[in-house]
Design a protein around this ligand. Structure first.
Ligand code: ZN
Length: 462
């Protein structure tokens, strides 16, 4: 078995690993590179080995894991994509939205002549995304599925977002078989709505995400802190803008906002979800309510996730613009979560120059993103080609992270009944990866390797 790290190598986007065993070759994840321009340019590289890739095994629907699938299709690739049933439902929304954004970017570049290329072309189109969706096959939890005579796989719950999976690949050698496990993005184990990641697995090799490899996340105080920030900003008549990702964070926040409202721990104020995608995704969560946490009361969950119950979903862009221009006390959840685009930019353009307002970050802000700049205290930020003064108060809560923190990652690895002999750390920035590698060795005696982009590892046998 040979694996090649094609993305998410010393960075948190563009997840993609190529695996090859006894003539069978596939990809684990096929994610879009986000972040600064040099990263985004990688999305345009021609896919290598396109002809020999027999499948894509998809851990979850987030675009940094799935967003290059239509790009494969645009280059003529037509092979099966395997994922869990709820991941498929999320992908219908995510891939079409991603294609739409690519088309919009190209249209905008042509309009403003921002591109070196004439005409600027989208990375892929809606048609490519629709074709990619036709290639999806769903696999139930825990069901071993053969890919070739020598390779099979199964999905196990990862508790990161709806449908997210840990992936195990079993490959046969001459007289034995080995297990290679991808953590995918691993949940924190503290979600109010998702079931916990599966523990106590066996494996020979592990590819482990390391987003929060150097951090401890304070989960206990997150709802209280959210309530305090809301009370502070709403109390002074300001707008609190919360940049969110459509999948995961939005739903967790809605549940917290619902509970704070029910318990009257925050002042009564309008709450808006201004992201059509987040609204659609929230509906998918409702459609898969049986997938969600068994201990959560389904009546409460339903109320918390249903638009119109205690929050209003904004659909048209006219409404969104009106909302962005309106002053006064309110809470606005809007995408994208790292300010890489989307309606949240209109809200920020209007709200950042007023010190009464607040911006609350609830998720990881990748290096090179506008979110990271704002989070680190930049006094002036460029949005939609305008310089915007930052007077609004900037808040952070990392307790809503959908990722396992350093302790949770160590505990998860420690729980393996057969521990990996080698761990490859991906999906993390170097500081986090080095810190995690150090802990893995000190506490568990396991070597953690930090692959570079395109680095190849020969695991066993061939
Ligand atoms: Zn993810």
């Amino acid at each position: 078995m040979k694996i090649t790290f094609r993305g998410a190598a010393q960075t948190v986007t563009g997840s993609q690993t190529l695996f090859e065993h006894n003539g069978y070759c596939g990809l684990v994840d096929c994610g879009l590179f986000q972040g600064d321009k040099s990263q985004r340019l990688v999305n345009w590289r021609p896919a290598e080995d396109l002809k020999k890739i027999e499948c894509v095994l998809l851990t979850h629907a987030h675009i940094d894991h799935s967003g290059l699938l239509p790009r494969l299709v645009s280059q003529g690739w037509r092979k099966p994509i395997y994922c869990t049933p709820s991941t498929k439902d999320l992908l219908k929304i995510m891939l079409l939205d991603s294609a739409h954004l690519q088309e919009e970017d190209a249209r905008f570049a042509n309009l403003t002549k921002h591109s070196k290329h004439s005409p600027a072309l989208p990375l892929y189109t809606t048609k490519d995304a629709e074709e990619a969706l036709k290639l999806i096959y769903t696999i139930e939890w825990n069901q071993w599925t053969a890919l070739s005579k020598f390779v099979s796989f199964r999905f196990l719950r990862a508790g990161h977002i709806l449908g997210s999976a840990i992936l195990q690949v079993r490959f046969d050698l001459e007289h034995s078989s080995k297990l290679l496990t991808w953590s995918g993005d691993l949940g924190s184990g503290h979600s109010d709505i998702l079931r916990d990641p599966v523990h106590a697995l066996e494996t020979d090799f592990l590819v482990l995400e390391s987003t929060y490899g150097d951090r401890r996340v304070d989960i206990a105080g997150r709802e209280k802190r959210l309530g305090e920030i809301i009370s502070k900003v709403i109390g002074r008549g300001g707008t609190l803008v919360i940049p969110v990702f459509a999948v995961g964070r939005t739903q967790d926040l809605l549940v917290s906002l619902y509970r704070l409202t029910q318990r009257k721990e925050i002042p009564s104020t309008p709450i808006y979800l201004d992201s059509p995608m987040a609204t659609s995704v929230t509906r998918v969560y409702l459609n898969h309510i049986n997938e969600l946490k068994e201990s959560a009361l389904s009546a409460d969950l339903e109320a918390a996730l249903s638009a119109g119950s205690f929050f209003e979903a904004i659909t048209s862009s006219e409404e969104s613009h009106r909302l962005a221009e309106a002053s006064g006390a309110k809470i606005v959840l809007s995408a994208s979560g790292m300010l890489q685009g989307g309606r949240v930019l209109h809200h920020l353009k209007n709200k950042l120059p007023d010190r009464n307002n607040g911006v609350l970050f609830v998720g990881y802000q990748g290096a090179g993103t506008k979110g990271r700049l704002l989070q680190s205290g930049i006094p002036v930020i460029r949005l939609h080609h305008q310089q915007i003064k930052v007077e609004a108060e900037i808040f952070n809560i990392d307790g809503y992270s959908a990722h396992a923190d350093s302790d949770a990652l160590i505990n998860w690895v420690a729980s393996f009944s057969k521990k990996p002999q080698t761990i490859f750390l991906n999906h993390g920035e170097p500081l986090a990866q080095n810190a995690l590698a150090y802990r893995l060795f000190q506490e568990l005696g396991i070597r953690g390797l930090i692959p570079q982009q395109n680095e190849v590892f020969d695991l066993a046998g061939n």
